[in-house]
Design a protein around this ligand. Structure first.
Ligand SMILES: *[C@@H]1O[C@H](CO)[C@@H](O)[C@H](O)[C@H]1NC(C)=O
Length: 461
């Protein structure tokens, strides 16, 4: 009897081990997505050119006048409960000061000029005019220029990278390369067109962005992303393993069965999964689930009824402000929830935050930006199973203290088995490029040097 039990246990262990090992031995090939899938109006098919047209951000007088009228005609807000900060959402006591600043002190002409400090373009890809910043470094011929795609997320925009772009496009000391950066607005975000029919999820955006890089003459390139940019990046690093030379992400997560399983094991035996000084970033699980319930209602709404909430947000600038800035508060530092002003001014200037809002407001893109959650939740997207598939692309994770979640290397490697390393920060939050541009840029340089060394070694082999 005793022997039978041992045999059964051994068989079970062998079974589980095989189940884990099989995909490594017989990796599933990534799905082939249609590289020409059309997302624009059907009557434009065959009628758009593929030229690259210069673009400038324009804050029209008409838009500014309308915005100011709306801000000034805002209704009296319901006061917050006594003694609360941001626990019930954006503290309404703060709104008046923000609205006043936006309508009276925000310098529209100056900010417009700021937006146009980098060369920007639009080009039509698969029926959509895609907006992007492109900055080529001004460096000596001896300095290698490396193409790097930078991808933002929600509720961010290309504005998140404005402080980091000058740092990436010059030669950093100790490096023999600098980056040519390409920074697109995601489809449906800011100055890029939105799809006119369902289905443009992260995998399909990965196709659009690969086409964008190819059109700019980059057959092979490096990518970087946080938030949706991280998810799109993960898709690119899975679908285009020969084109993507390296993937740097400040929100690298792996969400597949094995990852969840390890996460669960760690709840009982944390030392098997995570270094002790980082265990409190993952456990207790009850704390993490409470956090999900308290903070992720927006995700469920946006994944199910983006158009309904979009009506309110696209009609009211103060509504849009509270909806978006609440995320900049809590996602930068969770403890900001307890503060009356949401701690917003401690890491960002008012102009920085309002610039980002302007990207959504002037383009009326909040609704289409939120639809990405719905596309991601579709059965079609889930069926692609991107998180189940492996990526051989050299990868690096920059892990800020206050990122929405944390995963240790042994979990990240369940997908990104070529993870070259991680940088664990004791500070910083979700919008790390925006909040700590120097730390961000330094880490990108560091990772890309390691990626390049890896490629060199591979060819020497
Ligand atoms: C997007 O979809 C993937 C795959 O179903 C899932 O793992 C991930 O949590 C989703 N992300 C968001 C933000 O909805």
């Amino acid at each position: 009897m005793g022997k039978l039990v041992i045999l059964a246990v051994l068989a079970a262990i062998a079974g589980i081990a095989t189940w884990f090992a099989l995909p490594f031995i017989f990796p599933e090939a990534p799905p082939q997505l249609d590289p020409n899938e059309w997302w624009g109006p059907n009557d434009l098919k065959g009628k758009v050119d593929d030229s690259i047209k210069p673009f400038q951000v324009k804050f029209s007088d008409e838009m500014i006048k309308d915005l100011k009228t709306r801000l000034q005609n805002k209704r009296q807000l319901v006061p917050p409960l006594e003694g609360v900060g941001f626990e019930y959402g954006f503290n309404t006591k703060q709104i008046d000061a923000w609205v006043k600043y936006w309508s009276e002190e925000y310098k529209f002409a100056e900010r417009e000029k700021f937006f146009n400090k980098f060369p920007q373009y639009k080009t039509n890809i698969q029926g959509l005019d895609i907006h992007f910043i492109r900055v080529k470094p001004q460096v000596k011929p001896s300095v290698t220029v490396i193409p790097l795609l930078l991808m933002h997320g929600w509720p961010g925009s290309v504005r998140e990278f404005y402080e980091a772009i000058p740092l990436l496009t010059k030669q950093a000391s100790g490096y023999d390369f600098a980056f040519e950066v390409v920074v697109p607005s995601l489809p449906g975000y800011g100055f890029s067109d939105a799809a006119v029919r369902p289905g443009l999820g992260p995998a399909q955006i990965a196709v659009v962005f690969k086409n964008l890089m190819n059109r700019l003459g980059h057959k092979k390139f490096y990518i970087q992303g946080g938030d949706w940019g991280a998810i799109i990046g993960s898709n690119m690093a899975t679908l285009f393993q020969n084109e993507v030379l390296g993937f740097h992400s400040n929100m690298l997560f792996v969400q597949n069965g094995c990852a969840h399983f390890r996460n669960l094991i760690g709840a009982f035996f944390p030392s098997l999964i995570v270094e002790s000084h980082l265990a409190d970033r993952m456990y207790p699980l009850s704390k993490f689930f409470a956090y999900l319930m308290e903070e992720f209602g927006y995700l469920h709404i946006q994944a199910t009824k983006p158009d309904t909430v979009g009506v309110a947000l696209s009609d009211s600038p103060s509504g849009l402000l509270s909806y978006i800035l609440e995320k900049f508060s809590t996602w930068t530092r969770f403890e900001n929830r307890a503060l009356a002003d949401g701690g917003l001014s401690s890491r960002f200037s008012k102009d920085q935050l309002l610039d980002n809002l302007m990207v959504y407001w002037t383009t009326n893109s909040i609704t289409t930006s939120m639809r990405l959650y719905a596309e991601n939740w579709s059965n079609k997207n889930r069926a692609l199973g991107i998180d189940r598939l492996y990526s051989s692309v050299p990868t690096w994770a920059l892990q800020a203290k206050n990122e929405l979640a944390y995963q240790p290397p042994n979990i990240l490697k369940l997908k990104f088995y070529n993870l070259q390393g991680v940088t664990v920060l004791d500070e910083g939050g979700h919008f790390i490029a925006f909040e700590m541009p120097q730390v961000f840029a330094d880490d990108v340089f560091k990772a890309v040097r390691i990626f390049r060394d890896w490629h060199k070694q591979k060819t020497e082999w």
